[in-house]
Write a protein of this length. Structure first.
Length: 138
């Protein structure tokens, strides 16, 4: 009896999923990763002789600097500073890549011009990380 190689129902959907190519791809990727992983680890563990540099004293940059504005002048972190010294410190902070946050405190009866002078110095040195300290209303 001769064999028939055509389907009996040609309009019926094919429910078989051919995943042979997907399995081949998965195995190929697995082999690639199995070969390359030890090479990556070996590259990271390569011993080299690095050049030596002298240790320069590290200048610690504070995260925050308190500036107190009073009738008599200015104080930085509790130390009284003159106008020239204040300008030099603010200029140094302005030249830093990551300047500290400047916390500005002033008495309520301090002349407003002293605060504005300080804010002008901050603006000239492009210092924008400013925190104006106040107390909550009671």
């Amino acid at each position: 009896m001769p064999r028939s190689f055509h389907r009996k129902r040609s309009l019926e959907a094919n429910s078989e999923l051919n995943v042979t190519a997907l399995i081949d791809l998965g195995f190929a990727l697995l082999i690639i990763f199995m070969i390359s992983t030890p090479l990556i680890e070996k590259e990271q563990m390569m011993e080299i002789d690095l050049p030596v540099a002298s240790k320069a004293p590290a200048t610690a940059v504070p995260d925050s600097v308190d500036i107190l504005v009073t009738d008599a002048g200015y104080r930085m972190d509790g130390n009284p500073v003159g106008m020239l010294e204040l300008e030099n410190e603010l200029n140094r902070f302005g030249n830093m890549a990551n300047p500290p946050v400047l916390a500005i405190r002033a008495n309520a009866d301090t002349p407003y011009q002293n605060v504005v002078t300080l804010l002008d110095l901050l603006k000239q040195n492009q210092l924008k990380r400013i925190n104006l300290i106040t107390r909550p209303e009671e």
